[in-house]
Design a protein. Structure first.
Length: 173
């Protein structure tokens, strides 16, 4: 009976922790429409996420807007053959929309990291004690430590998503 109560209590605390964090849908997303010649004043120097017409996805910093292409320092790509990492030119015809991202505040990262660490301590202790009932060896210690660190990282990542501001840019032909 006591095990059931402890398990229910831990599940309730985890549900409250996850529900209290901002979801990606809560992060602010704006949408703007710009002509090609207006892009350089708005997007140069920003981190962007391009979804190209051929289905490829390219992420990186926008360096230069040229009349015929976007010059991007690619740091993540879904098509390494066509768009490898490094400075690349993306043809104008391949781009119709993209997303700019920036960290707007630090508030949710602080809240998420703090709550994640506190919840991680309790989760790690609970996992360690639970595993210790079977065997109080290194497995209980490592299991508790791993669970605690995982919850702390989850809190930080959820806070990071809450601080992210996204702007979807649609290019007017």
């Amino acid at each position: 009976m006591r095990r059931m109560q402890r398990g229910s209590y831990a599940a309730f605390l985890l549900a409250v922790l996850l529900a209290s964090f901002p979801h990606q849908s809560m992060a602010k997303t704006n949408a703007i429409e710009l002509r090609w010649d207006e892009l350089s004043g708005v997007a140069v120097g920003k981190d962007i996420d391009l979804r190209l017409i051929d289905g490829a996805r390219v992420q990186g910093e926008l360096l230069v807007v040229r009349p015929d292409a976007l010059s991007i320092d690619v740091n993540k790509t879904s098509n390494k053959g066509t768009y490898p990492k490094g400075q690349r030119d993306i043809p104008r015809a391949s781009v119709s929309t993209f997303e700019m991202r920036r960290l707007k505040t630090v508030r949710w990262r602080l809240v998420g990291t703090t709550a994640g660490v506190v919840a991680g301590i309790f989760t790690g202790a609970g996992v360690g004690v639970g595993l210790c009932r079977h065997d109080c060896g290194a497995g209980a210690v490592w299991g508790g430590l791993g669970a605690g660190v995982a919850v702390a990282i989850l809190g930080n990542r959820l806070g990071h998503e809450g601080d992210m501001q996204r702007t979807v840019v649609k290019i007017i032909p």
